[in-house]
Design a protein around this ligand. Structure first.
Ligand SMILES: [Zn+2]
Ligand SMILES: [Zn+2]
Length: 143
């Protein structure tokens, strides 16, 4: 079972479902919400997520998209979209054991910052869809 919390511990959750996908996202909206060059999501079946303490505050970051955070400490908690109503995307660094997960891919790699790279060999998809051909596997070769 996956368990997690925000930084101040006002919010805690548990998830009985298996991860559907674990993805690094380079999009500008994620960068702005987390103030970080990339963030990582664990997609889980929405019905299997339960908040055991507190509730995140939600806001709409674009039409049909909601992001949430702890109203006390500001930690981002999840992302959800009307395009995938049965999923919820946990910000992976809220997990109690973030070291235990194994990312599958990068998305929105077309927006990746020029000064930032990750040294894995995973596919880099240009946008959010994994049906598009990846831009490349692994880091940019000019590094
Ligand atoms: Zn908090
Ligand atoms: Zn993103």
């Amino acid at each position: 079972m996956i368990t997690g919390r925000c930084l101040c511990q006002a919010i805690r959750y548990e998830c009985t479902g298996e991860p559907i996908l674990i993805a690094h996202c380079h999009c500008e909206s994620c960068r702005r919400q987390t103030s970080s060059p990339v963030t990582t999501f664990v997609l889980v079946p929405r019905a299997t997520l339960r908040f055991t303490q507190g509730q995140p505050k939600e806001f709409s970051s674009s039409p049909g998209v909601w992001r949430s955070f702890c109203a006390d400490c500001g930690s981002p908690i999840y992302y959800r979209t009307d395009r995938r109503p049965n999923d919820i995307d946990l910000y992976a660094l809220t997990l109690d054991d973030a070291a235990a997960i194994a990312p599958d891919c990068h998305v929105h790699a077309a927006e990746q910052l020029p000064w930032f790279e990750v040294s894995d060999d995973l596919p880099r998809y240009p946008e959010g869809s994994r049906s598009d051909p990846p831009l490349r596997y692994g880091p940019k070769q000019n590094l």
